[in-house]
Design a protein around this ligand. Structure first.
Ligand code: CP3
Length: 356
């Protein structure tokens, strides 16, 4: 069976009617949940957690056991792809993700090759299949990857610091080398996401977390052009069901119209843009996902209810085209009971407005 029992999320992405506004949260599985910390300890490290299909499945399901979420997201990381290219991913407690062998030399960039997802990323495909079995058709499973540009930021910088000045310098000095990296990344991401779809992912999301650090012209040339290439290469259907695609464009506010035209089904918004204004600009072309400020989850339950309603009110009364989410990931120190307040309010308030 390919159609989940609760398919409100998939319907909203395709701008079809839903019972209420579906909701899931970026980083819904993670450090704010004590049970995540326990599983991570058993696994040994974050990376070992990602590389074990059984642990990845366990962690994916943890937030679903607590909250009435309308989708599950594969527990993994965007940096598994450059790791599979041989860059040597590791996580440092203080600095976050790092690569042992960042792309600094021309020869290394020339040598870069597209990894076979069935081989070097087999553990991700096994996790997807295991999670689908465990979900047993309850809610849809989202697969994901980083955008070619966002991956390149980490691959060239070797980590997250310095506002990615190295790649932003390289694209002025040696645009040919940056295009070479981006072409390889685009092909790698297409193959990786299609393998996730073949393994059971029912929607896919592309995280362009850092495209927003570019100038308008560079954004089009180095970020959007390759996002577009990826979207064009994705499988559209699996077992007769549409597999919708979401592009999360952090900092993409200035260029929403251009991103909405890239071929994706939905646009993920950060919290800096008013979702009603975004809807007026692109809501006829794509569904919208977002966009509560994640820090609202750190405030009181009364504030969470008020802010959730403000996002729903701004989107406007409608039963199509909105997936509620945060504008970025769940903050690390979020009290877990605050997430329940948010999820329940989105369902109750949006359902009431629809007379359900
Ligand atoms: O959303 C989910 O629940 C699915 C899992 C998921 C993770 N990372 C788990 C994770 C997803 C979809 C990602 C995507 C990701 N990873 C992005 C794009 C989204 C964004 O945040 O902009 C990026 C840029 C990364 C790279 C990455 N991974 C960073 C910068 C960090 C360290 C910073 C941080 O937030 O901890 C990670 C580690 C990471 N990825 C953790 C989790 C749960 C924390 C690991 C831990 O300490 O246990």
């Amino acid at each position: 069976m390919n159609r989940p029992r609760n398919d409100n999320f998939l319907r909203a992405l395709l701008r079809q009617p839903t019972d209420y506004t579906p909701v899931w949260l970026m980083r819904q599985a993670g450090r704010y949940l004590p049970e995540y910390g326990e599983t991570r300890k058993r696994a040994g490290s974050f990376l070992q957690l990602c590389k074990s299909p059984a642990f990845s499945c366990e962690v994916t399901l943890q937030p679903l056991a607590r909250y009435r979420l309308d989708a599950a997201i594969l527990f993994s990381d965007i940096l598994t792809v450059p790791d599979a290219m041989g860059l040597g991913l590791y996580f440092s407690e203080s600095e976050g993700p790092r690569f042992e062998r960042p792309l600094r030399e021309e020869w290394a960039i020339r040598d870069l090759a597209v990894p076979d997802p069935g081989e070097h990323l087999r553990y991700v495909m096994d996790a997807v299949a295991e999670i689908r079995r465990a979900l047993a058709g309850a809610v849809p499973l989202i697969g994901f990857a980083g955008s070619p540009f966002t991956l390149a930021c980490y691959m060239v910088e070797g980590g997250a610091g310095n506002e990615f000045a190295r790649i932003r310098t390289m694209l002025h000095e040696r645009p040919d080398l940056v295009h070479r990296i981006l072409s390889i990344n685009a092909e790698a991401v297409i193959r990786y996401l299609n393998a996730q779809i073949e393994s059971g992912a029912q929607a896919v999301m592309l995280f362009d977390s850092w495209g927003g650090c570019l100038s308008a012209a560079a954004y089009r040339e180095f970020s959007l052009a390759y996002t577009q290439r990826v979207v064009a290469g994705l499988l559209r259907e699996k077992d007769g069901q549409r597999v919708p695609s979401i592009v999360f464009a952090r900092g993409g506010g200035p260029w929403l119209e251009a991103i909405a035209a890239c071929g994706c089904d939905a646009l993920g918004l950060d919290w800096t843009i008013d979702i009603g204004a975004a809807r007026r600009r692109v809501g006829e072309q794509v569904a919208l996902q977002g966009n509560l400020d994640p820090c609202a989850l750190l405030a009181s339950p009364e504030a969470i209810v008020r802010e959730a309603r403000a996002v729903l009110d701004s989107f406007g009364p409608s039963d199509t085209g909105h997936v509620f989410n945060l504008g970025h990931g769940v903050p690390r120190f979020t009290p877990p009971e605050h997430v329940a307040v948010l999820v329940d309010e989105v369902h109750d308030y949006s359902g009431r407005r629809r007379g359900k």
